[in-house]
Structures are given as C-alpha cells and as structure tokens.
Design a protein. Sequence first.
Length: 395
Amino acid sequence: MSEITRRNALGGIMITSPAVAFGYQANSKIGFGVIGTGGRGQYVGELMTRDPNSKVTAICDKYPDRIDAGKTKIPGADKVPAYKDYHELLNDKNVDAVLIATPVFLHPEHYEAAILAKKHIYCEKPAGADVAGCKRMLKAWEKRDKTKRIQFGFQQRFSAQYLKSRSYLTSGKIGEMRLMKTYWILGYLPPTSAGTGYPDLPQEEQQIRRWGSWMKYSGGPIVEQDCHGIDTINWFAEDRHPLTAVGRGGVRYPIPYGDWTTDHHDIIYHYPDGYEGWLISIKHTAGYRDVKEQFYGSKGMLETSRRYMKLHGMTPNVRFKSADDLRDTSLMEREESISDITLEATTAFFNGILKGEIIDMTQTSVNSTLTAILGRMAVQTKREVSWDEMLKSNA
C-alpha cells in the first residue's frame, strides 16, 4: 500500500510501523497514569481500566479532593501512588502511557512534559485555549520520540460508524462532496445563578477550578465544546484546514458566572477546492439535543453521530407527486453504534501500543483546535478572518 493510500485509509492520521521492537510482551499490561482527576479524567480513566491490556499505575492532581475522587472513581487508583506534581508522575518508571485530562489551557504544558518524558500520550481535546498554546505544542512535538503513540480525545476518528462513513465518502459512494455541516446543539436549562463555587479560595484559583466558564482557561464553547464537530469536518475534508471563516453569535440568556460572549453561533468555513463547512451551535436547549454531522454529495448524503450513521441516496420512491410532499424516503442504510466511541478510542490506544501502530494525531488535533479558534475570532470580530491572520494574532 502506498503512503498516500495508507494515509487516506486512516483518515489523514500519521502512522508508521517502526522497525524497533517494543518492550511489551504478549501478556503484559501497559501502565498508565492520569494527570487531572476531575470529571473527564475520572470518566476516561475508568474506561481505560476496562482494557485487559492496561493497568492504572499512578494518578496526579493538585487538589486533594480531586485525588480522593480519582481514587474512588478509577478502579485500582486507590492502590497506586497519588502525586500532586505531574513531573513526579512522569518520572514514575511504572508509567508507560499518560492520560492528560487537565483544564484546556494546561494541555500544551502537560503535553510538552509528557513528550520530554518519552511517554505514550492520550491528551484530551482541544490542543489548547489559544494560538500561543497550539504553537507551544507543535514546538514540543518536534522533540517527540517517534516510537510513541500520541492520541487526542477526538474520538470520532476511532468510531466504527465514522470510519465506515468516511470510507463511503472516499470511495465515491455519495459522489462529489463539497458541503459539510456540524451541529452541536445541546445543554440544560439556562443558568440563573453563579452557584456557590469555592468561596474560600482566591479568585484565580476559583476560576481555575471552574475553568470551563472562562475563555482564557477553556477557550470558550467554540474551542472547548464545538471542536469535536470541527475536527470531524476537517477530517472529511481530507484533513485540510480552512482558509477563512465568517461567523455570527451572541448571548440569549444572561451569563451569571464566567465570561462567555456567545451561547449560540453559526460559522462558515471556506476550505481549499471549494469545500465549505458550517458549524451550527446552540447551548441551553433544555432536554433537546442534536449533535451530528452531515456531508452532502452529488449522489447522496452521509449523516454521522455518536449513536449511528446514515446513508441517504436516490431510491425508487425519491421523486414525489408534489413539491409539498416532504416525506423522506431517501434512507438507504442506517447502522447503530454498539459501543461508546470514547471506549473505542481508548481500546485503539492500548491495542496500538502493543502492536507497534504508532499513530500521531498532534498535527491534525492542533489544526482542528486552530480551526475552532479561527471561528471564534470570526464571531468576535464579526468579519471574515483568514487562517494566516489568525496565526499571527494573540487569539
């Protein structure tokens, strides 16, 4: 298989098969450490312990209550060292791989340290909260050990249904595709109070503990939340980043805590070769959710989500008697997901380490994060913003 064909088959993720032998025997387990035992670290850490090829060997968090939660929620974590300093975890010889599940603004710092410690890395998305953080990550990446596997929490790339959908696209099953849409519509009731928070802590530490509400710590909703769909449309656009973006957004409900400037936004990305990607995102929708992607081709349409994939195309009944008959009879195939896509991603992580499949997602993950920052900048400035302008900015 040629390098180009191999790259396309794997969705643009860089993968090599190293000639060096790996130090893991057939029945050995990969020891992993968790940096950041908050909600996401607990969730993904627990999924990782389900893998027969893995075992938790250390956890780390700067806050004692998070350490206690990690010991409770991650099976086996109560029996391994618990560090407050992530350097100590990375120096632990029983840690072969590391899960980075800290606040977004810390991802570049912790990624850099894990690169220098020569660990396999599973870093939560996005790559960073701003352009400077993304550039720091790419600079650290230049020092990587090329025998180590590096994954990010863009888990759609490991979902069986997403991979099948992308194979339909690349095989020409839906014809020529130029238009993509990603919907990130979800959320609970609009917040009406700031909550109690951590009143005994200094203001900066309070904000870090509630980092998702603050732009400088999380990147805001476009970067921290909508990046999943953005990564997916970049992937289906042959893993190319857009050239420009335009967008609008605003706040429908008062923000009682934090500094979000938008709780709804629509962004149009323009890619090379006439590709166009739309992001439609709405927060605070009570119980309503619509999180999916759509890819429109000349002979059909693909719809992907965490729960299913759909193929629409020309069927015998697709032509209707009148223009008012809007029934959809175009569905040709629907396949339900039978597994949690994050579990599919963590399974691929450990299996890949054992097999010597060295996937490196750093470049695509940084590009998807920068694409989200580009969209955020377009919404904030209310004008078209170019990729080059974004890279030169402090966004």
